[in-house]
Design a protein around this ligand. Structure first.
Ligand SMILES: Cc1cc2nc3c(=O)[nH]c(=O)nc-3n(C[C@H](O)[C@H](O)[C@H](O)COP(=O)(O)O)c2cc1C
Length: 228
């Protein structure tokens, strides 16, 4: 038996109706993120509820994708932190089009964004960097993300070197933000909510931007149901 075809789970999402969906997407996206976090706390079957796949395109127009953590969401869009000099950073600098999705299989739910990426301002980056544990802040110095490293020992030596330069004093300011470390906000023009239903007859509601405005502004969005 082909192992990729063995399991067939019928999705039993509670359903996504136009009546219960707001005219602008922010509120329902926030509700779903909150529900995913609560579900993980209660039942433990949604690990890393903020894990978000982020797709970019390279200079040849070939797509790339990787997982990051959604670390902010407001009327402007979802935000994540990373190295701006990484592969994704270089791709976004050349071509800011970006797509992202969060999937919570245990809840039969997914959220999808399309739009363009803008760099997060330095003060937002600093605010977030200060909340990271000391070791994670040190690793940001030790790792030239997406660059080749000779071996694990080289990486660990770079960590030890950064740890000596910026000792742990217990202060959030003991490690500076590394040059080139930052993040992006996905300014969305399209937001989709997907909920799995019986017999693959799923629900899809899509909000498409029709005017300038935040994810919370009803006049900026037109909503449509798509066939699953
Ligand atoms: C669950 C999970 C969370 C991750 N979170 C982040 C993140 O928030 N920021 C980040 O730069 N990389 C994160 N990574 C690593 C990325 O997937 C990726 O390896 C890294 O960003 C380099 O990607 P790039 O070479 O395409 O730029 C995470 C990986 C996983 C599996």
């Amino acid at each position: 038996m082909n192992p990729y075809r063995r399991d067939r789970v019928d999705y039993e999402g509670e359903g996504l109706s136009e009546e219960r969906a707001p005219q602008a997407p922010l509120e329902i996206v926030e509700d779903w993120l909150r529900a995913a976090v609560e579900r993980q706390a209660e039942r433990g079957d949604v690990p890393e509820p903020m894990a978000m796949s982020v797709a970019t395109v390279d200079a040849d127009g070939v797509p790339d994708v990787r997982t990051v953590l959604l670390r902010g969401l407001d009327r402007r869009g979802p935000a994540f932190y990373t190295s701006n000099r990484s592969a994704k950073g270089r791709q976004l600098a050349a071509s800011p089009g970006v797509a992202a999705s969060l999937t919570w299989p245990a809840m039969f739910r997914a959220v999808r964004f399309r739009g363009y990426a803008e760099l997060l301002p330095a003060e937002e980056v600093l605010d977030y960097f200060r909340t990271r544990p000391w070791g994670a802040r040190i690793s940001a110095h030790a790792s030239a993300q997406s660059e080749p490293v000779r071996d694990r020992a080289t990486l660990e030596a770079a960590y030890e070197d950064a740890a000596r330069r910026f000792p742990d004093t217990g202060s959030p300011d003991d490690v500076p933000v590394p040059e080139g470390w930052g993040g992006y906000r996905l300014v969305a023009d399209r937001v989709e909510l997907w909920e799995g239903r019986r017999s693959r007859l799923h629900d899809r509601l899509v909000w498409e931007r029709v005017a300038p405005g935040g994810l919370d502004e009803p006049t900026a969005w037109s909503r449509v149901r798509l066939a699953p």
